[in-house]
Design a protein. Structure first.
Length: 545
């Protein structure tokens, strides 16, 4: 018997006479729902660990270990509180694992799953009355908040939603007015980081026998999955979650705001808190985190900036996902569904981008230091912070016309915090403009100047941001290719005016840089300044052409 099996048996109380609840893998909190208020002696919890889920996509090893280690520790923690636990090891869908239990124990309650994929799996059990769905108490806002805030949408806007929920909840409000006189201090939060203050080192944890066992399982069963397994970087217990939050509160939050948009080759997270994976599993509760931050003495730009991420963006993207049924149902269209056993997700692409994801995303060097550095961080940690996701990974993929669905699936497997409700809106909606202006006002694309200003990647790159970096040409080529589609966008008026003034020869060069850069990266070749990559028919100043 496994260490975990033994430990659970030792703690297991008498399961007789209990009312049973199914707790999905991402609802691992005893502080919400029935677990927070009913007598532990009366409750039984069903937990399911299934190879079917783990093998459904080539998830990063660290992600598999994070979910399994937290699921197992949660089982032990709740058993220690007196809850009876039925821990099911399965190899098929959740539905198949639950059916016999429902037959034996009677109907199970479940808080509404966050993931659409899990809701779809469980739908027949809900329809037959075997599963009784109750509200998910982990969210801070309701569908009504979303509807009320977006009177005329779609398109939907996060800032209107955020202002509405600030008013409704009274968070960072004094006498009906936002603290500091404005709802957002975003414009104050755009400093590059030059090394001072030093970036905090992410906390390390001491893996116990349960976590070690999960590590062995992942190494054995999922050896072919990508990514580095680093158990000491993995918060697995309730105490670890608290320790991570204490670290984030002390080391990150005081300077969270000013450096929020900065990027560095010396730190994958800078002053970002790294709590998303635990928030999404509910090992840390959004309500607790937001309340803590409201109560802290912090510079307002950091305090408000952080609260906006959780109360605003995190909740908003979830509502967009719900309102569009995972982007299957968009205003005036219903994008095709990708092929995958079961359902491969919606494939919107208003710009018509459909190129395969280039091998650089799986670790083949591209020669672009920004892209190579962030990809390396992701495979080492299953994490990178928001701006690297948006302005390096999604930016480059968008400039190369990569299929938004392929990019989404990559993010889904590569990041430890990715679940459909959050990764799809962030990649399809925000990162790639695949659904147009449905939830953002413009495509988030940039040339090398932005990257040079906000990061130190260019200092370790063979290309020069002002002369040889191909990203600038890729940016102009993107605007030129999609000019007709984008020309009515007021936020792109200035760049499109600049494009029209760009000399024809430069525009032709941009187009060639795009053609040859895309071909080289698709073939897994490294771009170089001197023209060594085979995709380049001649040497020129943009390096990929
Ligand atoms: C292309 C792309 C893909 C993304 N994929 C995911 C994903 O799969 N899972 C995920 O949780 N976040 C995703 N995000 C949002 C954001 O990048 C991460 O939540 C954040 O980087 C997590 O790191 P952190 O905890 O250090 O965040 P911090 O910067 O410390 O922010 C605090 C918290 O705010 C929340 N948050 C901030 N922005 C967002 C957002 N846009 N959407 C949802 N929550 C947000 C997160 O819970 C985060 O933990 C994505 C963003 C982009 C641009």
């Amino acid at each position: 018997m496994s260490q975990f099996g033994r430990a659970l048996r030792e703690r297991q109380p008498d399961p007789a006479g209990r009312r049973w609840l199914f707790v999905p893998y991402d609802q691992l909190s005893g502080e919400i729902g029935p677990l927070s208020r009913e007598d532990p002696q009366n409750i039984g919890i069903v937990l399911v660990e299934t190879l079917w889920k783990s093998a459904r996509r080539p998830y990063h090893k660290q992600k598999l270990a994070l979910v399994l280690a937290n699921l197992r520790h949660f089982a032990l923690e709740q058993a220690a509180r007196g809850m009876a636990i039925r821990y099911v090891a399965a190899s098929g869908p959740y539905r198949a694992a639950l059916e016999p239990l429902i037959a034996a124990l009677g109907p199970l309650r479940v808080m509404e799953p966050a993931e659409r994929e899990l809701r779809a799996d469980l739908a027949p059990l809900v329809a037959s009355g075997g599963l009784l769905v109750i509200p998910h108490e982990g969210w801070l806002t309701t569908a009504e908040d979303f509807r009320t805030s977006q009177r005329s949408g779609p398109p939907w806007r996060m800032d209107a939603f955020y202002r509405h929920v600030r008013r409704r909840t009274g968070l960072l409000m004094r006498q009906g007015k936002p603290v500091g006189g404005k709802f957002s201090f975003d414009p104050d939060n755009r400093l590059p980081w030059r090394g001072d203050p030093p970036a905090p080192r992410p906390p390390r944890f001491r893996p116990d026998a349960i976590t070690e066992e999960v590590g062995d399982l992942v190494d054995n069963l999922f050896a072919r999955h990508p990514g580095r397994l680093d158990l000491a970087a993995l918060p697995a217990t309730r105490q670890d979650a608290k320790a991570l939050w204490t670290w984030a509160s002390r080391e990150c939050l005081p300077v969270f705001g000013p450096y929020e948009d900065a990027m560095s080759s010396r730190s994958s997270g800078l002053f970002h808190t790294r709590i998303s994976a635990l928030l999404n599993l509910h090992r840390l509760l959004p309500s607790r985190v937001v309340a803590d931050v409201e109560g802290m003495t912090l510079p307002l730009a950091s305090q408000e900036g952080f609260i906006r991420q959780i109360l605003g963006w995190r909740e908003f993207v979830r509502h967009v996902h719900l309102a569009t049924d995972g982007f299957r149902s968009l205003p005036g269209s219903a994008p095709p569904i990708a092929e995958h056993p079961g359902d491969g997700g919606a494939t919107p692409s208003v710009l018509g981008a459909s190129e395969p994801l280039p091998p650089v995303f799986w670790g083949t060097p591209s020669g672009l230091a920004c892209l190579d550095r962030v990809v390396a961080d992701v495979w080492a940690e299953g994490y990178s912070h928001h701006i690297t996701r948006l302005m390096v990974l999604a930016n480059l993929a968008t400039l190369l016309d990569v299929s938004p669905r392929e990019l989404t699936d990559w993010f889904w497997v590569a990041y430890t915090d990715a679940y459909d409700w959050v990764v799809e809106p962030n990649v399809l909606g925000m990162g790639t403009y695949a659904v147009g202006d449905l939830m953002t006002t413009k495509p988030y694309v940039s040339g090398a100047a932005y990257l040079a200003r906000m990061s130190d990647y260019c200092a370790i790159c063979a290309f020069h941001p002002k002369t040889t970096c191909p990203i600038t040409s890729l940016y102009w080529a993107f605007l030129a290719r999609h000019e007709v589609r984008l020309r009515d966008n007021p936020r792109l008026r200035l760049p499109l005016q600049a494009l029209r003034k760009r000399p024809t020869a430069r525009r032709e060069e941009d187009a060639r840089t795009f053609q040859h850069g895309r071909a080289a990266l698709a073939a897994g070749r490294t771009l170089s300044v001197k023209g060594a990559d085979q995709a380049r028919p001649r040497k020129d100043r943009h390096g990929t052409d």
